[in-house]
Design a protein around this ligand. Structure first.
Ligand code: GTP
Length: 363
């Protein structure tokens, strides 16, 4: 099999089938990779054993390759427990036979620890793990106690045993290292996804309500000056009512992208409600914020949302408040909210800032 085919096999076995809950994907991927790495390890080991002219142990290894392949198939059908049991049972039998066949000093006992690690990092339940750990421990103790009393039935000698001991030690070291490395990579990736999902809005991919308020909260606690720009799309309900919710979603994505494109590098954008967005502008003078607001309006009028042949122009009403206008962050947010409300009641498509009584429009 060439390297491309291996890569395809690797991807196929790691892609979790649809229907698997998101939080179980990490466990699924880890187990897939354990089965694959074990198959590859046993194949490589079989080649070494052929070189050492040890046909019996080679055959036993090929049995492990088959067991891991069956386990992988069962695993893909989401029969996770059965898959693990097949792999563990066959490997334990093969290990015991190898130790009884060659004697207890050829380094096969290291694999009991490898099996234990594989099982403990798998996605099995706690009861299964306890039961399996006890089984692995019992088989290991029984085999290592009884093997010295039995007569080895495979050909071997002290030199071969020493050679095997080194090979087994290196093999366990490599396989365990590879599994731990993959575990680390998969965990990092999953954590990145979970962190992103916890802080970002699923529809528009901008920050979600909690995350954008957290940004403002951080600046507030660092006592840095910042400005809040609260934006609400005008007459958005009409779009939903006339063109449907899917079209409404598309417009929201377009609005988020337009806002994102109009902001400066250090500005933060979040979606705080249905068609309501909040922009946090750190260390910004009033003129700079006005320039950002004007730029947003310009971008929206230059590039209205396009749905097939349909052009849907949308405007924003905006309320602006600076961090030095109130004693509490919640009051700054309320101020921006009240100004947004003023912009709505004053006819929409405009920005309100300064005193509540005075309405300054950018229109
Ligand atoms: N498509 C879509 N619509 C949403 C989403 N969240 C909220 N909405 C809709 O947004 C609309 C908000 O309507 P209103 O609060 O009446 O506001 P409006 O029509 O924009 O009117 P004004 O704000 O007064 O200009 C409602 O129809 C909600 O169903 C969403 O995630 N997707």
């Amino acid at each position: 099999m060439n390297s491309w085919a291996w890569l395809r096999l690797w991807q196929w076995s790691c892609d979790a089938p649809g229907g698997l809950p998101l939080e179980r994907r990490r466990g699924y991927e880890v187990m897939s990779q354990i089965f694959l790495i074990a198959s590859l390890g046993h194949m490589a080991y079989a080649c070494v054993l052929i070189g050492l002219q040890m046909p019996w142990v080679t055959l036993l290894n090929l049995a492990c390759v088959a067991a891991n392949a069956v386990a992988l198939m069962l695993h893909r059908r989401l029969q996770l427990r059965r898959a693990m049991t097949v792999k563990m049972t066959v490997t334990l039998v093969v290990l015991s036979l190898s130790i009884f066949g060659l004697g207890p000093d050829a380094g096969f006992e290291y694999y009991f620890f490898l099996l234990l690690c594989e099982m403990l990092i798998s996605d099995m339940g706690a009861r299964y793990k306890v039961a399996m750990s006890v089984s692995i421990g019992s088989v290991a103790v029984a085999t290592l106690t009884l093997a010295p009393l039995a007569t080895p039935w495979m050909a071997g000698g002290a030199a071969l045993h020493q050679e095997l001991q080194i090979i087994n030690l290196v093999a366990v070291f490599l396989v365990l290292g590879l599994i731990m490395w993959r575990l680390h990579v998969i965990t990092e990736r999953c954590e990145h996804h979970f962190r992103r999902d916890a802080t970002h809005d699923y529809l528009t991919t901008v920050l979600n309500r909690r995350a954008i308020f957290h940004e403002a909260d951080m600046l507030w606690h660092q006592q840095r000056h910042f400005t809040l720009l609260l934006l609400d799309a005008d007459h958005f309900k009409q779009i939903n009512d006339e063109y449907g919710h899917t079209a409404g979603d598309e417009v929201l994505r377009h609005l988020a992208n337009t806002l994102r494109g109009a902001l400066r590098e250090h500005d933060r954008l979040g979606r705080v409600g249905g068609e309501e967005f909040l922009i946090v502008l750190p260390e910004s003078e009033r003129e700079e914020v006005l320039a950002v607001a004007a730029h947003i309006r310009q971008c929206l009028s230059d590039r209205p949302c396009q749905l097939d042949t349909l052009t849907l122009p949308v405007t924003f009403s905006m309320g602006l408040a600076a961090s030095d206008e109130a004693a509490l962050l919640s009051e700054v947010i309320d101020l921006a909210d009240r100004r947004l409300y003023r912009a709505k009641s004053a006819g929409r498509d405009q920005l309100v800032m300064g005193e509540l009584e005075s309405v300054e429009t950018t229109a």
